[in-house]
Write a new protein. Sequence first.
Length: 132
Amino acid sequence: VPGRSYRAWGAYRDGALVAYAVFRLTPFRGLESGMVMDLAGAGEGWADAELAVLNAGADALAAEGAAAFFAFMVPGAGEHAVLRRAGYRRPPDRLMPQPFPLLVLPWGEHEGLAPALRLEDWYFTIGDYDVF
């Protein structure tokens, strides 16, 4: 989003990017907060690499004054498990965001479309929400 500042951390193996985490600092209810905008990894050991970049980003932003960190993730995604390993927990309902309706419009007849309509097969982060 133009005008916003984002920070990224990456993990590399043999010169290739294997995981990254993108954060931004933003005030939330009077606290400087770190928002996990995106988190992804691939290849062998991707979950450990994601955990490393997630922790590196959080440590750096905490040193700059972030008092809390937030992430938006579909339960069941591999990254959800990584967030849980890093200590992220579901907040009290009063802090939860408003419902996020997702509408999908299938365009024509396509073989194999049914799996694309199952929520558990989708991957969302706040980075996807941030542009709306």
